[in-house]
Design a protein around this ligand. Structure first.
Ligand code: ADP
Ligand code: ZN
Length: 213
């Protein structure tokens, strides 16, 4: 099962991708997570990606295409994968098309999780993540029992450097300009579906599972 999850920042694609990855036992390939790890580790890629990420802009296509090409060649992707946050430009989608063709692979479903922009700003500016287990929290919708501490594992909650209002607004406008056209790329190829990301998380998950089967 090869899936692409699309949607604006904050629509919940990362959270849902983690759940689906667990349920179907396939890896979640989040370019955002991979880039953040590269920045943290101070690798060459991380150094090249840092400034764009901090401003809410996009990292160059060659960097992310390279990361994904390497990643889908790994053994655990043989049984399938979920692309989360990639492709984000039409050029990336075209590069992915040829990458898959070379390997005789195809995408089973492209699922767009939709959400309105004002809700996204409120969601993103209140969110935090456990540094240890990756569980997501929100200071209005899903408060941890103890401030700054993960309910699940006791790990420390962290906030992303790009989750402030100004950067979020920039990410949303980058999404409208560069990523929304990717939806058109897939819409007329078939296997394109939409799920309403304004619904409660469990409903979104249920709707995703209904599509994936
Ligand atoms: P979100 O979907 O919440 O905006 P991500 O974690 O997917 O966040 O991505 C965070 C940042 O990483 C993006 O704002 C961008 O700078 C960079 N990034 C992630 N994926 C890509 C991609 N496919 N192409 C270019 N930049 C990317
Ligand atoms: Zn945790």
């Amino acid at each position: 099962m090869n899936l692409i999850f699309m949607g604006p920042p904050g629509a919940g694609k990362g959270t849902q991708a983690r759940k689906i990855a667990e349920k179907y036992a396939i890896p979640q390939l989040s370019t955002g997570d991979m880039l953040r790890a590269a920045v943290k580790a101070g690798t060459d890629v991380g150094k090249r990606a840092k400034a764009a990420m901090e401003s809410g802009g996009l990292v160059t296509d060659d960097i992310v295409v390279g990361i994904i090409a390497d990643r889908i060649a790994e053994g655990d992707c043989k049984k399938g994968f979920i692309l989360d946050g990639f492709p984000r430009t039409v050029a990336q989608a075209t590069a992915l098309d040829s990458m898959l063709k070379e390997r005789s692979l195809k995408i089973d479903h492209v699922i767009d999780i939709t959400c309105d922009h004002e809700a996204l700003v409120a969601r993103i500016t209140g969110r935090s993540t456990c540094a240890d287990c990756g569980e997501g929290y929100h200071n209005v919708h899903k408060k941890p029992a103890k401030a700054g501490v993960c309910d699940k594992c006791g790990g420390k909650l962290t906030t992303r450097a790009d989750d402030n209002e100004e950067t979020v607004r920039n990410r949303l406008s980058v999404y409208d300009q560069q990523t929304a056209p990717v939806i058109e790329h897939y819409r007329h190829k078939g296997a394109f579906k939409t799920v309403d990301g304004m619904e409660p998380m469990d409903t979104v998950l249920k709707n995703l599972c209904a599509i994936i089967g």
